[in-house]
Design a protein around this ligand. Structure first.
Ligand code: SAH
Length: 226
């Protein structure tokens, strides 16, 4: 039964078996992954699977990412404790919790009000007060709090949304999946002054970023706007 599971030892095993062998080496990322209770972010009936090496459904056809992908994207952001971070795609709120455990302030944007509300509730229970969840189309970012030291997009974009590039601070990093609906490449962008460079990291599969600078619908096989 779920309430008999020792979640903290399941987390420890997750770090040992899923993260360290795949080259997650940033100590802050590892210690955060050891601490943040992923089981609180998954639906009750799936809690016993919370520390498995897999994404899980969270409703509205959306998913909480695989732990390794959360750790990898966080590591790629090279966060410092002073950073202001923007996340697009709050979903369960788990990735936001991981970011907020390392960085100074996190703004996370979600298009489904019910997911945003649920995430807020869990984050409050965990007393994570340095996260603000906004309900809107995150493909346009949020100019109000820009620029951001780090931007992470946890939904797949057909191309890098220009507003997010514009909202990246000098020396900022952005990590996002870019590509088709059924498969993307994880990319890391860096800004140095007016120069932007990017690296392609690994093949990934995310749910679509739906919005003005993303896909025009949740459905498959529909062309994107631009
Ligand atoms: N980071 C999440 C997983 C994200 S799943 C976690 O840790 O659980 C992708 C999320 O992006 C979904 O919740 C989806 O509703 C949201 N999303 C998709 N397009 C969006 C957009 N344009 N703006 C904001 N959120 C968006």
């Amino acid at each position: 039964m779920a309430d008999k599971i020792n979640f903290s030892s399941a987390r420890e095993r997750m770090v040992k078996e899923q993260l360290i062998p795949r080259k997650i080496i940033d100590e802050r990322v590892l210690s955060t992954m050891r601490t943040v209770p992923r089981h609180m972010f998954v639906p009750d009936e799936l809690r016993h699977l919370a520390y498995n090496d897999a994404p899980l459904p969270i409703g509205h056809k959306q998913t909480i990412s695989q732990p390794y992908i959360v750790a990898l994207m966080t590591q790629l952001l090279e966060l410092s404790t002073q950073d202001k971070v923007l996340e697009i795609g709050t979903g369960s709120g788990y990735q936001a919790a991981v970011l907020a455990s390392i960085a100074r302030q996190v703004y996370s944007i979600e298009r489904f009000a019910s997911l945003a509300e649920r995430a807020r509730r869990i984050l409050m229970q965990l007393s994570l007060s340095n996260i603000e969840i906004l309900e809107k189309d995150g493909s346009e970012g949020e100019v109000k709090f820009a620029p951001y030291d780090a931007i992470i997009v946890t939904a797949a974009a057909p191309k890098v949304p220009q507003p997010l590039i514009d909202q990246l601070a000098d020396n900022g990093r952005m990590v996002l999946p870019v590509g088709g609906r059924n498969g993307q490449v994880l990319e890391r962008w860096r800004r140095k002054g007016d120069d932007f460079s990017h690296e392609r990291i690994a093949p990934v599969a995310f749910v679509p970023l739906v919005g003005d600078h993303g896909w025009d619908s949740e459905e498959h096989n529909i062309s994107w706007r631009r």
